[in-house]
Design a protein around this ligand. Structure first.
Ligand code: 5GP
Ligand code: SF4
Ligand code: MG
Length: 460
């Protein structure tokens, strides 16, 4: 999911939130929503669809106020339907709270029963609503805003990057492992106005300047007095989802002081060094495989071309929730360039293989277009384990690499050769401490323990 928050008295916050969400659209395409606070009054609009489908000028005009919270949804818990759209809005003793969540909790069953014991009215089926209700529950028990949020966070286990709106200001918070990203930006300097966004591309689009990340286990509270920071977790331990860097986040977003485009090019260079091949041309699977393909070309000297053209108006096939939608999606999306491919030995680079459905179809299309040899190179290691922290990589039995060796996958995809980047190569290319990432979908080494019951739902 994509989350966005803005505290900017005097600005058209709804419009700024709209543009912020527009830039974060790749993080979720099922539903979108914005809540604004005008004093104690809250305006909320959310619906199924893309940001551009959910909002128009007249809707945005009605969302007045000084504060806005926004969300684009990609469903992991709770089905894809309107009432599960965010922000979640909950009534508390201290006034309304709007909450937008990116990530996935792993202890929802426990949290749910705690909430039900207290007669909380669970309207939706999302873990995100449960966080908002847990905050309301703590407020009911007598605590003030800050304390209530922190108490509620301690009851949550899993991945959560949150943007929370109240009449007085906005909060940004990350779980103790900082699995999902969240950045702070400033807009103008007199007075300073603050913006929160999942990625820096959500700041760029409104001309906000990147200030810093919200730290793992940190809560920032932005009010008319400025920004206050609270380190609420006793054991913060950085475990950023490495899939954000490899695939999920936009290439122009900055993490660790460089664009993900640069990181992904480095993955491609490393891949070429680890698994060279004799070929005539190299290209990436648009869009996510392109930076790594360019890196592969730079390092190998094999000319970079475009072998597949993407219809820019078809969304990410992976994010649509059903298999049948996925299967029709892919044919709509990519078209091979026959005259470029004809008679060539080609290297096709992609960022990952999950189920293998995209890859198999693509390889077939390349041969049909006249490619002589097809060598597939993947800029991450085999995905062998499901994600429980908010990326929809499905259950383990759906993952092609969970049961098959690289050799068997190559046979199934009918490629002349197949190679994946090593785990070492992937983490070394970050130039950060390898321990500061979650890489569980490649290793099965989950940084946040997963209750048995939840494990059984996705693991073989
Ligand atoms: P497959 O056909 O192997 O299931 O899908 C792999 C392709 O889906 C890659 O091109 C990758 O860019 C794309 N993809 C889309 N969403 C995701 C995701 O959430 N995780 C991963 N690993 N790949 C995804
Ligand atoms: Fe990211 Fe994989 Fe960890 Fe999930 S399991 S948070 S996709 S690295
Ligand atoms: Mg892709």
């Amino acid at each position: 999911c994509g989350v966005f928050g803005i505290y900017a008295p005097g600005e058209d916050v709804a419009k700024l939130a709209y543009f912020g969400l527009y830039a974060l659209q790749h993080r979720g395409q099922e539903s979108a929503g914005i809540a604004t606070f005008e004093g104690e009054k809250v305006h909320l609009h959310k619906n199924m669809g893309l940001v551009s489908q959910v909002f128009n000028e007249s809707i945005l005009d009605k969302l007045s106020g000084n504060i806005a919270i926004g969300h684009t949804r990609y469903s992991t818990t709770g089905s894809s339907r309107k009432r599960n759209a965010q922000p979640a809005l909950v009534e508390t003793r201290l006034g309304k709270v709007a909450l937008a969540h990116n990530g996935n909790l792993v202890n929802t069953m426990q949290l749910r029963s705690e909430l039900l014991k207290d007669n909380c009215n669970l309207v939706t089926s999302t873990d995100s609503e449960m966080i908002a209700l847990a905050i309301a529950q703590e407020i009911k028990a007598g605590a003030e805003w800050l304390e209530s949020c922190i108490r509620a966070f301690h009851r949550c286990s899993g991945a959560f990057s949150l943007v929370i709106g109240t009449a007085n200001g906005i909060m940004g918070a990350r779980d103790p492992n900082g699995i999902r990203p969240l950045v702070i930006g400033t807009l103008g300097n007199n007075p300073v106005r603050y913006v929160l966004a999942s990625e820096t591309c959500g700041l760029d689009i409104i001309g906000a300047e990147y200030l810093r990340d919200v730290e793992p286990g940190e809560l920032v509270w932005i009010t008319e007095e400025g920004l206050a920071s609270f380190h609420w977790s006793q054991q913060p331990q950085r475990k950023l989802c490495i899939f954000e860097m490899i695939y999920f986040a936009r290439p122009d977003s900055v993490m660790h002081d460089e664009s993900l485009y640069s990181y992904r090019m480095r993955l491609g260079r490393r891949l070429a060094e680890e698994s060279p091949v004799d070929a005539d041309i190299v290209f990436g699977v648009p869009d996510s495989g392109i930076p790594a393909a360019i890196g592969f070309s730079q390092s190998s000297g094999i000319p970079y071309v475009e072998g597949l053209i993407k219809n820019r108006y078809v969304g990410r096939t992976f994010i649509q929730p059903t298999q049948s939608m996925r299967e029709t999606g892919i044919r709509m999306k990519l078209n091979p360039l026959k005259d470029v491919l004809y008679g060539k030995r080609v290297v096709i680079v992609d960022d990952s293989i999950v189920r293998g459905t995209t890859s198999r179809k693509l390889v077939k299309a390349l041969y049909e277009a006249g490619a002589l040899e097809v060598h597939m190179r993947i800029s991450s290691p085999p995905v062998t384990h499901p994600c429980f922290y908010g990326i929809d990589t499905d259950s383990q039995d759906q993952l092609i690499a969970a049961t098959k060796s690289v050799e068997d996958i190559a046979k199934q995809l009918e490629v002349d050769s197949l190679a994946y980047l090593s785990w070492q190569g992937m983490v070394e290319a970050t130039r950060e401490d390898p321990q500061s990432f979650c890489t569980a979908c490649f290793t099965g080494d989950y940084p946040i323990s997963i209750p048995e019951q939840v494990k059984r739902s996705k693991l073989m």
